[in-house]
Design a protein around this ligand. Structure first.
Ligand code: ADP
Ligand code: ZN
Length: 435
């Protein structure tokens, strides 16, 4: 189902026109109302009149997470406080939170972004959407909630946590849709598996919308089979409003970005120059509709690439590859670059392991060490190390060949690795705390 065919299927030419108009307007507002942008643009010698089309976006300054923190809390706000209806803050995964404010129109646009994603997965009035993203300052819970409201579905605001009760309600109240982080969905699937009260066959669950952290095709397979659903990606970030900046369609072949609201670019994070079409780089967004806190060329640090080819679903909205990770999630171990999501990709190729993992990096002597905790599934687990050996070798070889690092693999009992209810923590880097 296409929620807003006009915007999602607009010809590329019309989309560029719309983006050009909206960019001009947003740049003017920023220059006139937000001293931070007046200063930044003056430094570069750019005036709002210099922006005549979307192509001129490259003349504009970037905005970084640092800038948002420096302007904490309300420095980037372009409207008086009396027009603000809501305040959220980023979950602060990587430091001090960033505050985001919203006018009523901002909340409506945000809900529309989520509604487009839910509708693409066929969600409508007949559905019960269980929102198991955390409610609070984090945008996940209320974002999914408002989107579900917009498509006319029942909202079941369970929030994250209390997993036994969640799964009982899922069964008793007939939830058809689950929205949460992929790692929490995996945990809920395990809780259902181990429950004597909740039965997968008694659930009405049909689809899931998972995001707020990187996840892989392997994880998709796992969630789809464990929960008996179709699992869709939903992407977003607090700086652009929250979840619903884009989402997958039925083709599950890339995440459509709602370009009428968020203009995407891919840049080389070293040179800050635009990447060639289809090339991997850092995703940068300019908000084209936000009123309370318009943001120009926000460097997300998320690494991905864009595909402007038309999708089989009929949407023309650009598609983004799965996010490999944020540039600051990248681990450099003995000079080799690794993303945790690469470990997940490898691990989920092996049916004997659960997708749970935890990486500990340390420095022993002059050498970095890379320890990887994994879990064998119950049917394969034995506490006897000699029985574990046959499983370790193939996993080790695959990680060496795909990621170029030599992990020390430790097999843990099923359930031993800590489960998360929100964004999963997969890494501890102890090197930062040593000399
Ligand atoms: P924080 O920066 O504190 O984590 P947010 O909750 O705003 O705050 O997180 C947004 C970030 O979450 C994105 O920039 C991206 O790194 C990650 N993210 C969100 N959705 C997805 C997704 N579907 N796939 C991969 N990463 C995602
Ligand atoms: Zn599509």
């Amino acid at each position: 189902m296409i929620y807003n065919a006009k915007m999602e299927c607009m010809s590329r030419e019309d989309m560029r026109k719309l983006q050009s108009e909206r960019l001009q307007k947003i740049v003017k507002t920023c220059y006139e109302k937000v001293p931070f942008y007046t200063r930044k643009m003056d430094e570069l010698g750019v005036k709002p009149e210099d922006i005549k089309s979307i192509d001129d976006i490259v003349k504009l300054p970037f905005t970084t997470k640092h800038d948002l923190r420096d302007e904490y809390p309300y420095g980037l706000q372009a409207v008086p406080q009396s027009e603000i209806r809501r305040v959220h803050a980023s979950s602060g995964t990587t430091g001090k939170p960033v505050v985001a404010t919203y006018t009523q129109n901002d909340l409506d646009h945000w809900a529309e972004g989520v509604a487009r994603v839910l509708a693409a997965g066929g969600v409508g009035k007949e559905d019960v959407v269980q929102v198991s993203y955390g409610y609070g300052l984090f945008t996940g819970g209320l974002g999914a909630h408002d989107g579900a409201n917009k498509v006319g579905a029942v909202q079941l605001p369970t929030s994250a946590g209390n997993s036994e009760k969640q799964t009982m309600l899922m069964q008793d109240l007939g939830s058809t849709v689950l929205a949460c982080t992929p790692s929490y969905a995996l945990h809920l699937a395990e809780v259902i598996e181990n429950s004597d009260k909740v039965n997968l066959k008694d659930l009405k669950l049909r689809v899931g919308f998972f995001g707020a952290e990187p996840w892989t095709e392997g994880m998709r397979r796992e969630l789809q089979s464990k929960l008996g659903i179709k699992a869709y990606d939903i992407y977003g970030l607090t700086e652009m409003s929250g979840p619903g900046v884009g989402g997958e369609c039925d083709c599950q072949d890339g995440t459509h970005l709602w370009e009428d609201m968020f203009f995407p670019e891919i840049i080389n994070p070293e040179t800050l120059q635009p990447c060639a079409p289809g090339e991997f780089g850092e995703l940068v967004f300019t908000s084209l509709c936000k009123e309370a806190m318009p943001i120009i060329r926000y460097r997300t640090r998320d690494l991905t690439r864009l595909n402007y080819g038309k999708c089989a679903c009929g949407r023309t909205a650009v598609r983004m590859d799965r996010i490999l990770g944020r540039s600051d999630d990248m681990l450099i171990v003995r000079g080799v670059n690794v993303f945790p999501s690469q470990i997940e990709t490898v691990l989920t190729e092996f049916p004997v392991f659960t997708p749970q993992y935890f990486i500990t990096i340390d420095r022993k002597g002059n050498e970095d060490s890379f320890d990887l905790d994994v879990e064998l599934r119950t049917e394969f687990f034995s506490p006897n190390p000699s029985k574990q050996m046959p499983y370790i070798k193939p996993l080790y070889d695959r990680i060496v060949s795909l990621c170029g690092i030599k992990p020390n693999i430790h097999i843990k009992e099923p359930g031993a690795i800590t489960r998360s209810i929100g964004k999963a923590k997969h890494v501890e880097d102890k090197r930062n705390f040593r000399g």
